[in-house]
Design a protein around this ligand. Structure first.
Ligand code: RIB
Length: 340
């Protein structure tokens, strides 16, 4: 945009101002998506384009001719192995379907997430997959719906208004606690995320429910809140050893990796002193000492389901809203053992 302004080339912003519509509207109408708008809006934009002599830049023309679809993906943290694996599955599927994927990581920065969303819309994106918690109803109403942008909600995003593909967080925690209870553990702690998103809260509720269904008492002193990170897990070790827990469920695998390190620094052993169950079943788990028992979210199935549903929505915006819940499973390794 800056370069073209310097050369006094007519820009999409000029056309938008002249037609008194948003840049996203101009971009979509000039990129083969005019059917999303009223005839009046279409005429205004085409008249402005001709009056100003606007010529789309190569990229825009390429998008029209090749009709390559562009899918946006917004995740809270691209560095987290769960999200990076999810993104890889989306990118692979996009390439197979002659689509390109634009990946945006907000690092849990709400303002940045909103800016990302605006940028994606201004590039007349064909559809958006939203895993982040801070894109709320207002953004969905005022940015996505208003611009007729197909979207799909997953994971940490709490909004029910739109297509959703979830994994069974509640049952995931139940599977973990049932496994530890079957090994004889009576004092089972949970290391939880501070300010948890709704899906993470469902893991906590599943933990509580499973304690109850195994005849174990819920003790809030056994719930430790920490940053959902390796450092957060390491710091939680100091609190864990002050409890009478013999086993622990962590909200995700990165917290478990940090917990391993923290316990080792305190001279504690996994699983002799603490049986540990993680969550996500990331690739690293098999290479830990001892290999980590974890709850597997079907990340590749999630990617395939999400991509398929979004393409269906792009092709037919009027489809009824759907919610899909994918099952999770316990993957037993050597970080859990019978209570001695
Ligand atoms: O590891 C990141 C966690 O946050 C995953 O469990 C994923 O479900 C997301 O919510």
């Amino acid at each position: 945009e800056g370069f073209f302004a310097m050369t006094n080339r007519v820009t999409i912003r000029d056309v938008a101002r002249y037609a008194d519509v948003s840049m996203s509207t101009v971009s979509q109408i000039l990129n083969g998506k005019a059917s999303r708008f009223s005839n009046d809006t279409r005429q205004k934009v085409l008249y402005a384009r001709d009056a100003l002599g606007y010529v789309p830049d190569f990229n825009a023309r390429n998008l029209i001719t090749n009709s390559v679809k562009t899918i946006g993906v917004i995740v809270p943290d691209i560095g987290n192995p769960f999200f990076s694996t999810f993104i890889k599955s989306i990118e692979l599927l996009a390439m197979e379907q002659n689509c390109i994927s634009l990946i945006l990581s907000s690092n849990d920065n709400q303002e940045l997430e909103r800016k990302h969303l605006e940028q994606l819309i201004n590039r007349s994106i064909d559809g958006i997959i939203i895993a982040s918690p801070s894109i709320g109803q207002a953004e969905i109403d005022n940015q996505l719906k208003k611009n007729h942008i197909p979207y799909l909600l997953i994971d940490q995003n709490p909004i029910a208004d739109g297509d959703r593909v979830m994994t069974d967080d509640f049952n995931g925690a139940e599977l973990a606690v049932n496994h530890l209870a079957q090994l004889g553990h009576r004092k089972i702690a949970m290391i939880m995320a501070k300010k948890p998103s709704d899906n993470l809260k469902r893991r906590f509720f599943g933990y509580k429910q499973a304690l109850n269904s195994n005849g174990l008492e819920f003790d809030e002193k056994l719930v430790i809140s920490t940053e959902m990170s390796k450092i957060g897990g390491m710091n939680a070790a100091n609190k864990l050893i002050q409890t009478d827990a013999t086993a622990v469920l962590t909200v995700n695998d990165e917290v478990a990796i940090g917990l391993y390190h923290g316990l080792n620094l305190l001279g504690k052993n996994v699983p002799d002193d603490y049986s540990v169950v993680g969550y996500d079943n990331i690739d690293l788990d098999e290479y830990l000492a001892p290999p980590l028992t974890s709850i597997s979210q079907p990340v590749h199935e999630l990617g395939a389901t999400v991509f398929k549903k979004l393409i269906e929505r792009i092709k037919n915006p009027d489809l009824p809203q759907t919610e899909i819940m994918l099952p999770v499973k316990l993957v037993k390794r050597n970080s859990t053992k019978k209570l001695s």
